[in-house]
Ligand binder design. Sequence first.
Ligand code: ATP
Length: 291
Amino acid sequence: FFRPIEKINAVLEVYPKGVAGFRSYLELLATEPDIVDRPEAVELPPLTHEIRYENVSFHYGGGRPVLQNIDLTIHAGETVAFVGPSGAGKTTICSLLPRFYEPTGGRITIDGTDVRDVTLASLRRQIGIVQQDVFLFAGTLRDNVAYGRLGAGEADIVDAVKRARLDHVVNALPNGLDTVIGERGVKLSGGQKQRLAIARIFLKDPPILILDEATSALDTETEREIQLSLAALSEGRTTLMIAHRLATIRDADRIVVVTPEGIAEEGRHADLVAARGIYRRLHDTQFAGVS
Ligand code: ATP
């Protein structure tokens, strides 16, 4: 029973629905049999310097090019927000890092090592992914959090729950962490599920994060709580964020503006606003009236 879960656990905390967003590991196993360890694959040591996209191009199947000649360096500890029109390739850029897909041209390196030369397990252990759709299974809250790192001790689970600001939820339930969730148990709200996903990643403790910010509306209070949890989660980690919210974008160390033609602009919020280019236009239309 546990073996397949362990396998999935090395990869993803959160599963997607539909084509948009990240694909599930099992789905990929079924459809992308080419992405396997090379015979001479090595263990990837924890990121210390930088992630580099070198002249990366990509297209899905026989489709049109989605990415062309992308060059990008992300320094360890940096938070990079990807913004740009829908369909520009923000999610695709992030999907290439855990090797859900492989570049059709160029390469991606972590501290100089091509990600195709390392074991998938050691690569994906370093990456935590938070996205809108959270995969939950029928079981206790504890089991669902522990899915972030199977075999984690009680103290670590409790700590992850606290850091993700899920403790208020747990404490309000009569059975606490023993509460059964899912169809036959307690139903969690969207915001609670998000915090559970964040708790899993605190437990996994990867050096690299990929955050796919929710576009769907949560109430302001919940959204603020989640923002705080995510900010705590990304502290000390290298973060790639598919960003939709102004607050997150403003606070990023760097904003990368992705368009169907490629990376159009890079910089901090204030600099990009001052540059009066694409970001400024996106910003003025998307966030009109938002401060
Ligand atoms: P959004 O802001 O809407 O999430 P995005 O900038 O993240 O968009 P991607 O999801 O990376 O864009 O999509 C880039 C292009 O690749 C789009 O034209 C999309 O339709 C296409 N695409 C994405 N995933 C797949 C897939 N699995 N198979 C085929 N085409 C895909």
